[in-house]
Design a protein around this ligand. Structure first.
Ligand code: IVH
Length: 753
């Protein structure tokens, strides 16, 4: 028996050491936090019951380390402690009972309850009000010195008090907090990645950690990280009696203090607040993995002391995990409207955060290969909020050797065409524009809300129209007639009438929606909005794209003979040759200002040994391409890959023919002149939900014409949610954020004052 125990303790120690290393040093966690916590607790329990077997090197005896070797080490002025975990109310009750036994019988226990931010811990030192050092937690005793990087984070004040009229700064203050990505900043980062044709970051916490640990602080500065401060590690000249006062003090200094902290009069008060926190978890601007509960009185906290690495006076209340491990049974392949191939994991059903998940995104095949995910693997799946569940990665330790590689199919599963991967892209594509799956997806997108918004045209109707040869492409929709529709099964007179009316209405959709509906890769409604601000009509886009294509071809002709170089072993030369083959994405953006083009090209092309005449020739054709593509390249928010997508789409013969047909059917192909009719809604932000009496695009135009803004998701900053018929979850979100919900009629009243 004792042998078994000893053996189990050794196993648990070894396993936890390994996972600490994977998590803190390699940034590649292999198991979920919940699984880690379970193993950790098992070890803690065994050691508590059998202290004779506890080993000096047990993971319970030290804090996990995030030291990485790239930074100088700094010693923290006091140990940077961690927290023990509670998983349910009973754990909290036990925790309080244990504390009561250690405190005087009449101790009044008040608590501060606050969110547990899912970021990485930071320790920032201020001397006489000036930020002099910032370090990661490291191993709790020493941390990585990341001062230069933290200085780039705007919410970490370089000087306190931030308001010079505020209270005086103490001689020394060592504050502790958390660095993270707000959810919208992380989405934005991934949008930028996508606009550059780069793969998406998967995990916000790991990306925040990677961003903070850049060797070049200019790289950190490009990431929109946020710092929250929640405590004081050490100080000269600050003496506060309670945790609550500490938070007020930090706020007075101008720190971005942890939001929504509450002072609770007792544990019952705490318990009463747990469920509402869980409910609003998804609506917070940042990820949290639980709550932190701290005894309010510093005297009590001191008296309770520390056990191992955890102060007894504080505890983390962990929410049910949003991650779980499960078996990967298979992979299904989707083909999108642009032909993009997307693999989806089929999973053994697993319960995550209240929902059964049986499939999850694998992003793309490059990601599958990079993470080395295999058939038969146990994989870790994450589900949080509205995001589609996705696979974080495999659990290599759970393999038994029967797992097999997941390979990209050679051909499209729907039309058998050979798949291609465009140069520089991470995704694979089915290049067959007539692929039935692509056509179906493109049409579904074309009629969807936010695009042409044609009511009564669900997937079934589209399928029937294709099967009966009534439509082949998007433009055919506008030529549908009553008789052939009535001949279809299940198409009664009223239904046909409604469908045709809705199609007729779609012809007048705002230009932005028409552009969105075309389904150009990477051009959703936001980017379409940017295009509309810069191009007044489809014709303008066609013209610019045509000029780009002509200039691109001329450039290719100019460089082709010069590129007849034999394959070079020199990596720089190889890179240069690729650039010359992709001028629109790889060359033009660098020379957009056109300044000193000849000089700069000479420098760039030197390794190829071109003559002055040859460089001059390249310069001429590059200048032509710069001039032709400047109207697109100079749009902020439109990356080079998207510029290329737009130009390629509008020069494609088939697409031009479809546009021509749409035009002849009377579809709106121009931007409206922007008339600002009033400023009644100035500085106000609206979110629209549900079916309105007129198309949503019109309501949006109305709001904008009166100085307001329309966004797609509800936050505390939203002024009003305008709800039509059968509104969605946005109304619930509005209520939980205390945002007023109004009707269309009330919107009109706001405008007319
Ligand atoms: S207090 C001595 N408060 O969670 C108490 N920690 O699992 C120190 N964390 O290392 C921690 N939000 O990095 C505290 N509001 C919060 C927190 C928080 C996130 C992190 C912190 C800590 C880890 C413990």
């Amino acid at each position: 028996m004792s042998q078994d125990l000893q053996q189990r303790i050794a196993e648990l120690s070894a396993e936890l050491h390994q996972h600490n290393y994977l998590y803190h040093v390699r940034n590649e966690p292999a198991i979920t936090d919940a699984v880690y916590d379970r193993l950790f607790r098992e070890l803690q329990d065994l050691e508590a019951k059998h202290p004779e077997y506890a080993r000096a090197d047990s993971p319970t005896q030290r804090v996990g380390s995030d030291l990485s070797g790239d930074f100088p080490k700094v010693r923290h002025p006091a140990p940077i402690l961690s927290l023990s975990n509670a998983f349910d109310e009973a754990d909290l009750v036990n925790w309080e009972e244990r504390n009561r036994r250690l405190l005087p019988a009449d101790a009044k226990l008040r608590y501060v309850l606050q969110p547990k931010l899912d970021g990485l811990a930071i320790v920032i030192t201020y001397e006489n009000g000036v930020l002099t050092r910032a370090a990661t937690r490291g191993n709790g005793e020493f941390g990585d010195d990341v001062t230069a990087n933290v200085r780039t984070i705007r919410s970490a004040p370089l000087r306190i008090p931030v308001d010079s009229n505020g209270i005086a700064a103490p001689e020394r203050l060592v504050a502790r907090g958390e660095i993270l990505f707000h959810k919208d900043a992380f989405l934005e980062l991934n949008r930028e990645q996508a606009a550059q044709g780069l793969p998406a970051y998967v995990n916000a916490r790991n990306t925040a950690s990677g961003s903070l640990k850049q060797k070049d602080s200019r790289e950190t500065a490009k990431r929109k990280l946020t710092a929250y401060i929640y405590g004081i590690v050490d100080s000269d000249g600050v003496d506060l009696a309670t945790e609550w006062e500490t938070l007020q003090y930090l706020g007075d200094m101008g720190f971005n203090v942890i939001p929504d902290a509450a002072l609770c009069r007792d544990l019952a008060d705490v318990k009463g607040r747990l469920s509402s926190w869980e409910a609003k978890r998804d609506d917070l601007p940042f990820e949290i993995d639980g709550l932190v509960l701290k005894v309010d009185s510093q005297a009590h906290a001191r008296e309770l002391g520390v056990v191992g690495k955890d102060p007894r006076g504080a505890i983390a209340y962990k929410f049910p995990a949003e991650e779980a491990a499960t078996g990967l049974i298979g992979v299904t392949i989707g083909v999108g409207r642009t032909g993009k191939i997307t693999p989806t994991a089929q999973l053994e059903p697993v319960f995550i955060g209240g929902v059964t998940v049986s499939n999850a995104s694998l992003h793309n095949y490059e990601q599958v290969a990079a993470l080395d995910i295999r058939f038969g693997d146990r994989v870790i799946v994450k589900r949080s909020g509205d995001v589609i569940p996705y696979v974080i990665g495999p659990v290599p330790g759970a393999r038994n050797g029967s797992e097999t590689a997941i390979l990209l199919p050679g051909t499209c599963p729907f039309c058998d065409t050979k798949l291609i991967q465009p140069a520089g892209a991470v995704d694979w594509f089915c290049p067959n524009r007539n692929c039935p799956e692509r056509v179906m997806r493109a049409l579904e997108f074309f009629v969807s809300r936010g695009a042409m918004d044609i009511e009564g045209m669900g997937p079934k109707t589209i399928g029937a129209l294709i099967d009966n040869d009534l439509i082949e492409d998007e433009a055919d929709i506008f030529f549908l007639e009553t008789e052939p529709l009535l001949a279809l099964e299940g198409f009664a007179e009223k239904k046909v009438e409604n469908l045709l009316a809705s199609i007729e209405g779609a012809k007048a959709r705002p230009f932005e929606q028409v552009l969105t509906s075309l389904g150009i890769d990477g051009i959703g409604s936001t980017v379409a909005g940017l295009l509309v601000q810069n191009f007044a009509s489809i014709q303008d886009l066609l013209n610019t794209s045509g000029e780009i294509q002509a200039a691109n071809e001329a450039f290719a002709r100019a460089v082709e003979p010069l590129l007849a170089h034999e394959p070079s072993g020199d990596a720089d030369i190889r890179k240069l040759l690729i650039r010359l083959r992709r001028p629109l994405t790889d060359l033009v953006p660098r020379y957009l200002d056109g300044a000193k083009l000849n000089e700069r090209l000479n420098r760039l092309l030197k390794p190829l040994g071109f003559s002055a005449e040859q460089v001059g020739f390249i310069e001429d054709s590059l200048s032509r391409l710069i001039t032709a593509s400047r109207p697109l390249h100079s749009i902020e928010g439109l990356g080079p890959v998207l510029v290329e997508n737009v130009a390629a789409w509008f020069t494609d013969e088939h697409n031009r023919a479809v546009l021509e047909k749409m035009k002849s059917a009377g579809v709106n192909m121009r931007a409206e002149e922007k008339v600002v009719s009033s400023s009644a809604l100035a500085d106000q932000t609206f979110v629209l939900t549900g079916a309105m009496s007129v198309p949503r695009g019109e309501v949006k135009a109305l709001v904008e014409a009166n100085g307001g803004k329309v966004t797609s998701s509800v936050s505390k900053k939203t002024s009003y949610v305008v709800a039509g018929d059968s509104p969605g979850s946005k109304v619930d979100k509005a209520i939980s954020n205390k945002v007023p919900v109004i009707s269309e009629e009330e919107l009109h009243k706001l405008i007319s004052g």
